[in-house]
Design a protein around this ligand. Sequence first.
Ligand code: UT7
Length: 323
Amino acid sequence: MTIRAVVRGVGHYLPSRVVPNSYFEDLVDTNDEWIRARTGIERRHFAAEDETTSKLAANAANAALGQAGMAASDIDALVLATSTADLTFPSAATMVQHQIGMTGGYAFDVQAVCAGFIYALANANALIVSGQARRVLVIGAETFSRILDMTDRATCVLFGDGAGALVLEAEEATGTAADRGILATDLHSDGTFRDLLYVDGGVSTRTTGHLRMQGKEVFRHAVEKLAETAHTSLGKCGLTGADVDWIVPHQANLRIIKATAQRMDVAMERVILTVQDHGNTSAASIPLALSVGQDAGRFTQGQVLVMEAIGGGLAWGSVVLRW
Ligand code: UT7
């Protein structure tokens, strides 16, 4: 008998403040036209002063639990992907655990920057298939607005805040690619590329720091590595690009998303796009896109979704999921 991790509920939360591209025209030498043409981004959400990452995450978690028809007490494990935890410690996951009223089980953060949700899903899947948990809440939540250098036009226009969440539950299955749930995962990292995307602060500097990125280099790695990992995870469960109903990609740049879809031979009509409305929300971008796609009625039971992401580390990976 095979155990699969099946999606029972999805939800998201976005701060109410919407920041259009024009906002940055007063801060740096940029314009709406450049941002749209080079990235596909039109607007993003920025959290209010009192909206921490854990608060965004708790709102998304409650929405996902509501859709699953479950209470926080039904959850065995909470896995939160974030690079912008409220404090150095305790984990933002335990703060979310408290805020949603989950007093049992266990909660921990996963830090793989923009690939964080893929890493969190892969770890949640491992907990479920190994029998260590039956129901896992997997969340991606970020407040990147707090680590942006608002004088650096090459990065400040790219990122936004938000959170998305999934409830996964163990289900007995046949062990074939016809099963519902997570069918395959593929994770990679290579610290050689540390300097391509990082925050120049942290415990060792006694500061929070700001995001620094060599965008062109990250772009080059993204185009090459994302299609490769997607093909690898599809191959692990005996599927190909022709079996893919939806790509739910990390939403960093429309040009990267298009190039990856092209390399996978999947039409853009089969790609969930939120980059125009959310910007790059790092670990939150895939669960946000899943939730928005679901709310728009895009997914039907039995369809094959491929999620893929790359970010600081570099860390990258993909997950194949049958809805
Ligand atoms: O989520 C984690 C993974 N991150 C990513 O996937 C991001 C990957 N990188 C990218 O998305 C793109 O590389 C960027 C959007 C960051 C930049 O786009 P690009 O087409 O690679 O532009 P570039 O860095 O080559 O810059 C082209 C020009 C430069 O000017 P010069 O040197 O040609 O005079 C930049 O200074 O555009 C300039 N530029 C801007 N101009 C107006 C850079 N940022 C801006 C800006 N507004 N905001």
